[in-house]
Structure formats: C-alpha cells, structure tokens
Ligand binder design. Sequence first.
Ligand code: ARG
Length: 243
Amino acid sequence: MFKRAFLFFIAVLTPLLFVFGVTYKVGTEASFPPFEYVENGQFVGFDIDLIREIGKLKGFNVEVIDISFDSLIPSLTTGNIDIIAAGMTITEDRQKVVDFTIPYYSGDQSILVRKDSDFDITVLFGNHKIGVQTGTTGDLWVTEHLSDKNIIPKKNITRYDTFNFAVRDLVNKNIDAIVLDNPVSERFTKTDPVKIVGIIKTEESYGMAVKKGNKELLNLLNSGIQELQKNGKLDELIEKYFK
Ligand code: ARG
C-alpha cells in the first residue's frame, strides 16, 4: 500500500512538478563563452547547463534572461530576476548587496590582443586603448590599477556592454587589448584571431547569486551544487566546456 503510494509520487507527481512547478528567472549576460553564449538562437554554456541541472535535481524550471552585466545585481535587488548565473566573481563589495552560493569554478584575469600584433604585457602601460566589460572585475582592475594611478589616461579605456563588441573592436584595431577572465579569453583564441599575452593573477571564484536574505533559494542552489560535485556531473560540465 505504502509502496504504491510512494511509486505514485515518484511516477506521477515528480513530472507534474516540472509542468506546474516554479520557474526561476535566471539573469545572465550571454556574450561570455563558454560560461554563457548564444548558439543557433539558444542560450547555451556552462552556467546555463549548471543551473538547469540544479533545477532538475531540485524541481524548478529555468527561464534565462539576457541583460547587460552591470544591470544584473540591480535586477536581482528589485526582483526582476531570481538568480544570477553569469560567471560572476564573488567579491566583498558584491557580497554587501547580494548573497553568493559556494564557488563552482575559478579563474584569473588575462590580457587579450590581436593575433598578428607584436603586443606583449606592456600593452597595458603605453598609450594604448584598453577595452573592458562595464562593471566586471576586469573593469575594476584596469580602473584601480591603471587609470586611478594615472598609469594610463581615463580616456584610453573603452567600456563595452558585451564582449562580442569588444572582441570585434579589437580585431578591427579600434582598441589594442581587452582585460577579461582567462577562461573566456581562452575560448576567444579558438574562435577569433586573438591571443593571450599575459595573466593577471586575481584568483577569482565564481558563484551564483540570489537576493540578499533569500536563504531558502540559496540553500537550494548550494545543495544542488554540492550534489553535482559529488555525483561527478560538475566535473563532466567542466570537461565539456573548458577542456
Ligand atoms: N567574472 C567577471 C566578473 O564577475 C566577469 C563576468 C562577466 N560575465 C558575463 N556573463 N558577461 O566581474
């Protein structure tokens, strides 16, 4: 009797949960391959797979919302999105306004230049044009270490909404270098005529974020990440996207 009731739950109610279950709005900025990008009109990538896998385990659906990186945290705060999954680095400043999950990957910043150029790391110190994505840790690094210290003039920094535009401008010689996360630079070297000439050891950890105080959702995501770490699925996704 109990066994039948149990089987009923598993067989009938679990799928129903997905049909009628809760849908979380997951905010991202989809010009950040292999974390998130658009392929054949679909949002794909490591973060997208990761949040969908957590959804499968925990019984929620995912709706991906693509917005500019610097509006992700404000959108979370105002409740327009429920979760940020955007290769977002866990930083002290951001921790003041959102709650981060446990880290699920890590990386450094890097210096990307045109493949056919003679630039090396000194591209950051001369009178060159540097591109960053607005509000990213790359933006913060260039601002704090180069322009605030008057090593380069403010006007030499161009801030982009998407990395697609930044890489296009780099290839078209409108800028000389981009400072961005190394795992993403690596990917661009495979798809565009660009190369990496330096690593800036920032040792960043990536986490997903929820609205400050949303303990329930945070615990759900953390437990999902831990399960995926244990069952090997996280490693599988890392293998799929970063190797
Ligand atoms: N890790 C960097 C940061 O947190 C860059 C993230 C950019 N992500 C994106 N989806 N465009 O600032």
